[in-house]
Design a binder for this molecule. Sequence first.
Ligand code: 3H9
Length: 711
Amino acid sequence: MSELVRVENVDGVAVVTIDNPPVNALAASVAEGIDTVIAAVNRDADMRAIVVIGAGKTFVAGADINAFAKMRESKSCGPGHLPFLLRVEDSAKPVVMAIHGTALGGGLELAMAGHYRVAAKDAQVGQPEVRLGIIPGAGGTQRLPRLAGVAKAVEMCASGEPVRAAEALKLGIVDELIEGDLRVGAVAFARRVATESVRKTRDRGEKLGEAATNAAIFATARENAGKKQRGMMAPLAAINAVEAATKLPFAEGCVRERELFLECLFSEQSSALIHVFFGEREVAKIPGIPKETSVRAVKSAAVVGAGTMGGGIAMVFANAGIPVLLKEMEQAALDRGLATIRAHYANSVKRGRFTQDIADARMALITPTLSYDDFSGADMVIEAAFEGMALKKEIFGELDRVCKPGSILASNTSTLSIDEIASATARPEVVIGTHFFSPANVMRLLEVVRGAATSPEVIATCMQLSKRLGKIGVLVGNCRGFVGNRMFHPYRREAQFLVEEGAGIEAVDKALYDFGMAMGPLSVADLAGLDIGWRIRKEHRHLDKPGVRRPFAEDKLCEMGRFGQKTRAGWYKYDEQRRVSVDVEIVELLRGWSLEAGIAQREISSEEIVERCIYALVNEGARILEEGYALRAVDIDIIYLNGYGFPAYRGGPMWYADTVGLKKVYERVREFQARHGETWEPAPLLKRLAEEGKTFAEFRLETGQERAGRR
Ligand code: 3H9
C-alpha cells in the first residue's frame, strides 16, 4: 500500500486516511493507494463500509498542480483519474467521503465519486480549475450537475467560486454536516448506511433539467463569463462541458469533458495561470529572510492622513479586525474622511456584501483624532499624507518622538525615497514603505518597500501582515516609482507618443483593452487625474535629458484645465453621469500640436499599439530585475496582475514576454530604438537573455545583488 494512504478497521468500517501534506493533493500515488485499499476492503468480509478522510488541515485540495507542466511537456495524459473514480463509485460497499478544510478540484471529484459525503461545518467545496486556466478533468462537470443541479454546477465550474458546507448541504452536494469530531461522525454515518444499497452519482438524472430551461441557463452563463472573465477560454469550456452533461450519457459526457480539459491544459492561458498560482506563493519567500524570522505583533495601528488613501488604509485595518487611529490636521478634513468611509460601508451593506452589524463593528474600530497623543500605543503607523518630502520628514520626525520603541513606521509614498524619509528618524531600521493601491480597500496589491536600513524582522512582519489584511505583499527595492509605477511611466509615455503620431485616442485604449488590460492607458489617466503627473513632471523637469523626446499631449491638456474625470474633461469628455465620449475638438487640437512639433501622422495598427506599450513595460521591467529592485520576474508579474489590471491569463508582463520569445521582443525593441531614439534603448538584461536564448523566468540574481531582498 502507498505510504500516502493508510487504512484502519474501526468496528467493521474501513477508515482510509489520505496523508499527502501540505494539502493532500491527489497525486497518482494517492489515487493508486485509495484504489488498492477500496479493492481490498471489498474482498474483506469483516468490513461493511468505507470512510475516506484527509489527514492534516484539509480533505483533498485537488490534483497535484505540479503534474500539469509535466503532462504538457510529455503531451501524453491518458485518461487521468476517470477510470479510478469509476472504480470508487463501483465499490459494492458504501463509500463515505468525510470532508474538512477544502474539497477542491480533483478533491471534490473524488468526493462525488463516493456514495455519500459528510462535512465539517467550516468545510468548503468547489471546482476552482478555471482559475488555473483548465476545467475539471475527472468527471466534475458531469457529476456536479447530477448532485447540485445544472444552474449551480455551471456557476461553480465557470466561476471557480467554492461553496461553504451549509450551502453544499442545501444543494445536495453534501448529505450531512457533522458536529464535533468528523472522523467519529463519519464512521457513525457509515455504520448507518452500511446495509443500504449504494447509489452511484453517475446514475442520477433527476437534477439534469429540461432542454429549454437549460438553454437559458447556459446562455446567461456564457454572457456572464464574457463580461467577468473576458478573454479567458476555460470558463467557456467549463460551460460547454456541463452542457454536455445535460445532453449526453455520462460516459460520453466524460469523453467530451476530457477533450475540453486537454484543450485548456495545452493552452498558453493555463501555463500562465499556473505560473500565477505558484507566483503568488513565491513572492512571500524572501531570500535571506527565512520563514522562522521573528515578527512583531500588530494589534493596533494608526494612519496619518484621512484622504482617499488614508481613509482606505484605515478601512483595510478595520476590515481585518485591527483597531486603528485615523489622524488629520483639521476637524473638517477628518469629518470628510470619516463620512467617505461611512458611505463606503453603507454601500457595501446596500449591496449585500455584509450586514449593518458588521459595518458598525468595523466603523467602531476606527478612532478619529487630531493629535499624535494616542500614537504611543500603536504597533504600526502608516503615513498617507500629501506627497511631498518636506511634509513626510516632518511627520516622521514627529512619529519618532511619540511612538513606542517597537512600533513600525511605514509610509504609503508612491514616489519618494524611503531612505530619505527614514533619515528624519533615529530608527531607520523600523521605517518601511507600504505602498497601497487605490482604492486601498479594494486593490489586492501591496508593494512593501525595503529601505537600506529596514530590518528583516520589520520586513517579515509587513509581509505577513499583508496576508492578514487580505493583500498580496510583494517586496521591492527603493528606487524612484518603486517597481509598479517605474514601469508604468514608459507604458503611459508610449500611449501618448502613439496618439501624437496619429493613433486615435480610442484606438489606443481599445487595442490594450482587447489585449486584456482592465482599462486602456488613456482612460486610466483620466480616472486617476492628469494633474498629478503634470505636477510631478514640472517638479522634475530639470532632470529631463536634453534632446530626448518626451510626450507633450498631457501637459497641453492640463494647461487647458483638463485634468480627467474630475473636471469632466481630459483625454475624453464626460457628461454629468460620467458617460464618456470622444472630444472631437481635442482630436483636432492634438493633430495640430503634433504637426506643429514636426511629428508625421500615420496609420498605426493595433498590433503596434500593443507592442509599443507592452514592450515598454517589459524593457523597464528587465532593467528593474537586473538592478535587483525586484527579486524575481514573477514578483513583477504579480505586481502588474494585482495593481495594474494586467490580464492574469497572460501571466504578467515578464511571463508574457517569455511566451512571445525574448529574441522577438528584443528585435522589436531595437526597431523601435532605430525609429524613435534613446527612450527605446534595450535593457542590457533583455539583450543578454535574448542572445543566450533564455527567459526572464530562468533569470536569478547573483546573491548580494538584490536591492529588494538586501540585508
Ligand atoms: C485539479 O484538481 C484538476 C482536476 O480536475 C483534474 C483531475 C484530477 N497541487 O495556498 P497555500 C501547495 S486542479 C500542488 O499556501 P493555504 C502550495 O503551492 C487543482 N501544490 O495554503 C503551497 O506550497 P508552498 C484544483 C499545491 O492554506 C502549499 O501547498 N485545486 C496544491 O493558504 C500550501 O498552499 C486548486 O486549484 C495543489 N493542488 O490554502 C486548489 N494546492 O508552501 C489550489 C496547494 O511550497 N489550492 N499547493 O508554497 C488552494 O487553493 C490553496 O492551496 C488551499 C490552501 C485553499 C487548498
